[in-house]
Design a protein around this ligand. Structure first.
Ligand code: PLP
Length: 412
């Protein structure tokens, strides 16, 4: 057993009120961070403060409270752009989720520019949010959806990327970090190959941005999607990064107020991005509280968070790997991985393992993780998934391992 207990606690647990609650009468061990993260008190306070002390809408009011809300909302955009190293020629649009962001790309870019015979390239390791929108737009436009061949545990060889991209490839949509195995495909290399063939690159950063330092200028993707709720922020706030020139070419996804330059009886002209893609009253309290999440993560440091997750992952992998009859779904030599570990106990349904862990206050995810093609590829109906974040500790890992041992004894 790796003995790095003191290096496996960032000392932040007290910042997360829910961690002092009981689950099933037991101290909560929260290991479902791949689904969503818990929220620190500062984020809760920021959201409550806006609702309590302001509550006005943005951009439209000519009165002080609205101007203040607008300043906070606009400031959140400046902060999230800085957080991800958004290049000068890029923009971040607020959406309601990473899922909505990928749908915007598929509809507003894909449906407009894809032609019959064009190719959209993706992988079987994607979350459904980065596959289904492409399936639909390919069907609607007559484009072909092609999959990069992957190894037994979803390994991606850049050589296969190059072989799958042809001169009709317009889009390469790939995850920055798998929500099933934590694998982090070589996105920069993939972007280089795609760009050399004249294709655009969409990176699903839902896991990557929440768990690792990211610099969009270096990543060199054309579109990146991610969401606030996985990075200590509120739910209902997502992000779409794109190069401004692409956003200019795209049509709006939704139509209505707060996105126009002029409206007459029979037509409208639209504002530039980001407003063009943000009609209607947005999630103002969520966006404002996001700023507190960014402050919080920056104060701790994304490097430290990623390093902690490395250590927790290694500890969990080693200890669970020692239990006979436990299969770990760990990709082979894919470079760095995020803090996500999928496993199964032979002969026991993942839901039964999950329920047994739940009875001990341990929250994991059990099922197909919105990644059915990947499950099918690995020949499983589902897995148990433990996923780590900045408040997890070696004690959480040890509780998980002990819980899995007990589940195995109980069911076998
Ligand atoms: N992509 C990945 C890799 C994810 O893990 C998730 C959420 O689990 C999503 C996309 C969708 O994110 P959201 O629920 O914020 O739309």
């Amino acid at each position: 057993m790796i003995d790095q207990v003191k290096d496996t606690d960032l000392g932040v647990r007290a910042d997360f009120p829910v961690l002092s609650r009981l689950m099933r009468g037991k101290p909560l061990v929260y290991l479902d961070n791949g689904a969503t993260s818990l929220k620190p008190q500062s984020v809760i306070d920021a959201e409550v403060a806006y609702l309590r002390d302001n509550g006005a809408t943005i951009h439209r009011g000519v009165y002080e409270f609205s101007e203040r809300a607008t300043t906070m909302y606009d400031d959140a955009r400046v902060r999230i752009k800085r957080f991800v190293g958004c290049p000068e020629d890029g923009e971040v649009v607020f959406t309601k989720s990473a899922t909505e962001s990928s749908n915007i790309i598929a509809r507003s870019w894909g449906a407009k520019f894809l032609r019959p015979g064009d190719r959209v390239v993706t992988t079987e390791i994607e979350h459904h949010a980065n596959i289904i929108p492409w399936q639909e737009v390919a069907r609607a436009t007559g484009a072909e959806l092609a999959f990069i061949p992957i190894g037994p545990r979803g390994e991606i060889d850049p050589g296969d990327v190059a072989r799958t991209i042809n001169d009709r490839t317009r889009i390469v949509a790939v995850t920055g970090m798998s929500n099933v195995t934590g694998a982090m495909p070589a996105v920069r290399e993939i972007a280089q190959i795609a760009h050399a063939a004249g294709a655009l690159v969409v990176v699903d950063g839902a896991q990557l941005v929440s768990h690792h330092p990211v610099n969009l200028a270096e990543l060199d993707a054309d579109f990146v999607i991610w969401s606030s709720h996985k990075m200590c922020g509120p739910t209902g706030v997502g992000f779409l990064y794109a190069r401004k020139c692409l956003l200019e070419q795209m049509d709006p996804f939704l139509y209505g107020g707060d996105m126009i330059v002029k409206v007459t009886k029979d037509r409208a002209t639209y504002a530039q991005a980001p407003e063009k893609f943000e009609p209607g009253t947005p999630n103002i309290s969520g966006v404002i509280a996001l700023t507190a999440a960014i402050d919080y993560l920056e104060a701790i440091g994304m490097d430290r968070i990623a390093d902690l997750e490395d250590r927790l992952l290694a500890r969990a992998e080693e200890a669970l790997g020692e239990i006979p009859g436990v299969t770990l779904y760990v990709p082979d030599s894919v470079g760095r991985r995020g803090g996500i570990l999928s496993f199964n106990v032979d002969g026991v349904h993942p839901h039964d393992v999950g329920s047994m862990l739940d009875s001990e206050g341990i929250a994991v995810r059990a099922g197909f993780h919105c990644a059915q093609p990947f499950m099918r590829h690995m020949g499983v109906g589902g897995t148990v998934r433990a996923s780590f974040y900045l408040y997890n500790t070696a004690a959480d890992v040890d509780a998980l391992v002990a819980g899995v041992r007990r589940a195995k004894e109980f069911f076998q």
